[in-house]
Design a protein around this ligand. Structure first.
Ligand code: ASP
Length: 307
């Protein structure tokens, strides 16, 4: 038993060569570290897993290096549409939002939906209506604008092509963000937040806000947050698949996470990775891409890594 514990990710994919710049690399690792510390300090002071993942994801949303909250990628229309989800492994309560604009921390909106509405998933303009009534903190477009995301978008604008934000060589900002945690009581939680894919159109929604696809938590098995090409994670119902492989297949967390990423997702043709934790504090961070921005922290160790 090694609890409490937390893991975070900041996206997976092809890692731009600019990461070899020690300053750029340090910025990413420091941001992951900050999220880990923020979440873990809550866990150490008897905070819940739910509070820890919410805090860690909020820190990453506020960091413009990642594709979530500030720093989200541009849609085909040149704005930002964000998706987020959160799940409580103790109650199986869940909250999710898709296609929302202007909200500083989409994960807090998802958390609010879970706690204060009879629903799980709100989307689009009607969800925004609800947010306005709740007096959420809205930010101007300029808050979400970053030069690199803009350049990534202008290179695709008008082509109809859609790209994972981290699959281009011409920049060093990557990633959907996520966190999973187990608290001192053995309760699990997961949260994921993203701007989606650059140049996405027609209301495209990826796996991140879909409970079971990109985000899942169940005290009986594990908590999972995914990152990668969302269409494949949706079709593979990857986060829930890890849980099912444990529950019905009798696999350990490591066996289940590896099976999901290296065999099942690969067979579908999907690229990406996930972070997962179980009630004993085992942590698994598999990815089938070149790299994944990731980190973990428990009482024994702290680790952040990219490749
Ligand atoms: N999974 C996200 C999506 O498809 C993208 C990512 O993980 O970077 O929207």
């Amino acid at each position: 038993m090694n609890i409490p514990a937390i893991a975070v990710h900041g996206g997976s994919g092809t890692i731009a060569s600019s990461i070899n710049d020690p300053i750029i690399k340090k910025n990413y690792l420091d941001a992951l570290q900050e999220a880990l510390e923020a979440g873990f300090s809550l866990l150490k002071s008897d905070g819940t897993a739910l509070e820890a993942v919410t805090k860690a994801v909020t820190v990453l949303e506020d960091c413009e290096l990642f594709n979530a909250g500030k720093g989200s990628v541009f849609t085909s229309k040149g704005d930002h549409e964000m998706d987020a989800a959160i799940m409580d492994g103790k109650t199986l309560g869940a909250g999710a939002v898709a296609g929302i604009k202007g909200i500083k921390n989409p994960v807090l909106f998802a958390d609010d939906i879970m706690k204060n509405t009879p629903f799980v998933f709100l989307a689009g303009s009607e969800a925004m209506e609800y947010a306005r009534r709740q007096e959420y903190e809205f930010m101007p477009d300029s808050y979400f604008f970053t030069e690199l995301r803009y350049d990534q978008w202008t290179s695709l604008r008008g082509t109809g092509e859609v790209k994972l934000d981290h699959s281009s060589e011409n920049g060093h900002k990557f990633g959907t963000v996520g966190a999973v945690a187990v608290d001192s009581g053995g309760n699990l939680a997961a949260a994921t937040s993203t701007g989606g894919m650059t140049n996405k159109a027609w209301g495209r929604v990826g796996d991140s806000p879909l409970i079971g696809a990109g985000t899942y938590a169940n005290n009986e098995t594990c908590a999972v947050s995914c990152t990668g090409h969302g269409e494949y994670f949706i079709r593979g119902v990857v986060a829930y698949d890890v849980s099912c492989l444990m529950e019905y297949g009798g696999m350990s967390l490591e066996q289940a996470a590896n099976e999901a990423i290296f065999k099942r997702l690969k067979k579908l043709g999907g690229e990406g990775g996930l972070i997962a934790v179980d009630a004993q504090g085992n942590i698994c961070l598999p990815f089938n891409t070149e790299g994944m921005y990731r980190g973990l922290k428990n009482n024994m160790q702290t680790m952040t890594q990219i490749l």
